[in-house]
Design a protein around this ligand. Structure first.
Ligand SMILES: Nc1ncnc2c1ncn2[C@@H]1O[C@H](COP(=O)(O)OP(=O)(O)OP(=O)(O)O)[C@@H](O)[C@H]1O
Ligand SMILES: Nc1ncnc2c1ncn2[C@@H]1O[C@H](COP(=O)(O)OP(=O)(O)OP(=O)(O)O)[C@@H](O)[C@H]1O
Ligand SMILES: [Mg+2]
Ligand SMILES: [Mg+2]
Lengths: 228, 228
């Protein structure tokens, strides 16, 4: 279960800009599929980075499975990120000069997956996002934008995380390829995993149990089912 | 007028992968607004990179305003890119540690716009994509994904190019912000500029005069108006 209370994030203490998050509270149950929508610059990625233990709030609390995340040291946070959370970044964050398969194998080194299993699990994850052997040995910067996006998704799923956080995972994908990805997420939810997706497309939010609407660093609405 | 004939692009001569473009022909009139759609990996960005003089085909020809682009040397190509073409990259390609305003000013240094005019034109371009003074002095890596995308768009438009090539320009934008961008493109077309957009969203292709459908490195359909 993911619980944030009165979360505030201020990137620049000195300026007179409004905070990126101005006091956000949200509770996400295990097995829930949540969509987050809102205007560009409204704070969605900032919220997701805190949920993913990649960033700390300026004020407020984040309790993850009963543990106050602010009490954890860097090693403990790295452990959580590696074993319990799969994160798909808005700008992918692949290693550009490593191969596709190498990029997907990397998280399994941290979790000490047996070497002979790694290649196989990486290939399965890649096939699940529609990337076949033709792409596996490309460097990740020798791909189309949507192929890079799908490598980032495969990499996020390869350690079977309990929580999947995906920031605009279909932003660079045609509708048909996007459906393959959403299907994958739906199957993961049916296995009891928690899925949180940031999207600007209503057709994607339609797949969620609830849609959280963000505007100017605040949650302005939470609707069951799709966002309309 | 942009004319490609029998364009072939093979990235790796050695492999037995299909070509990224397998023989593409297309003619785009001045003042036309073209949408390009197709599955992830089908060759859209590859085609756009050739139209933008950023890449050369393996076979085939590209004639731009009566000039065979393959006859031009690197300086002449740089001249065309700087003065006649505005290019919005699928992955933005901003200078991460330079400010937003610096990123937008850069193209005007090449075209020797008077120094006192540059700041003003950069600010106008940023306001046109919905980015106000709050963002102008951020480093470009201190922005949301959609804000970075809009800086890339502003930068592409600041030299008043005759041809605008935009690769998924609304991929990271909520619907409302995306409409601001499409409005900007429509106004440019009304001024007689040529607009070519890659998009995976039908609602975006709806704004175009024609939609070109790409699949497996080939043009499979060209439809007037929207892509449906
Ligand atoms: N630098 C490269 N080296 C080798 N192959 C490449 C390179 N860039 C792209 N490709 C391959 O060329 C094909 C077409 O890529 P392209 O980027 O044009 O696709 P696209 O239609 O823009 O896809 P998307 O919608 O995912 O952005 C893909 O199969 C891709 O893997
Ligand atoms: N590193 C940073 N330093 C300063 N300000 C930042 C930084 N990253 C983001 N911001 C600002 O925080 C606000 C929220 O950013 P965030 O990335 O969370 O937006 P978003 O909702 O994900 O937007 P988008 O839909 O465009 O991706 C924006 O105004 C942005 O400019
Ligand atoms: Mg974002
Ligand atoms: Mg592309």
């Amino acid at each position: 279960i993911l619980q944030v209370r009165d979360l505030v994030k201020i990137y620049r203490a000195a300026g007179d800009e409004p905070p990126a998050l101005g006091g956000v509270s949200l509770s996400i149950e295990p097995g829930e599929f949540i969509a987050i929508m809102g205007p560009s610059g409204s704070g969605k990625s900032t919220l997701m980075n805190i949920l993913g233990c990649l960033d700390k709030p300026t004020y407020g609390t984040y309790v993850l499975d009963g543990v106050d995340v602010s009490r954890l040291d860097d090693d403990q946070l790295a452990e959580i990120r590696a074993t319990r959370i799969g994160f798909v970044f808005q700008s992918f964050n692949l290693l550009p000069r490593s191969t596709v398969i190498r990029n997907v194998i990397l998280p399994m080194i941290y979790t000490k997956v047996p070497v002979r299993e790694r290649e196989e699990r990486a290939q399965e994850a890649l096939l699940a996002v529609g990337l076949d052997e033709n792409t596996w040995y490309h460097k990740s910067n020798e791909l189309s934008g949507g192929q890079m996006q799908r490598v980032a998704i495969a990499r996020a799923l390869v350690n079977d995380p309990a929580i999947v956080l995906a920031d605009e995972p279909t932003g660079n994908l045609d509708t048909k390829t996007g459906e393959i990805i959403l299907d994958t997420f739906r199957k993961l939810k049916e296995q009891g995993r928690t899925i949180v997706l940031i999207t600007h497309e209503l057709s994607v939010a339609d797949h969620a149990d609830r849609t959280v609407h963000v505007r100017d660093g605040l949650i302005v609405d939470v609707l069951a089912g799709d966002a309309a």
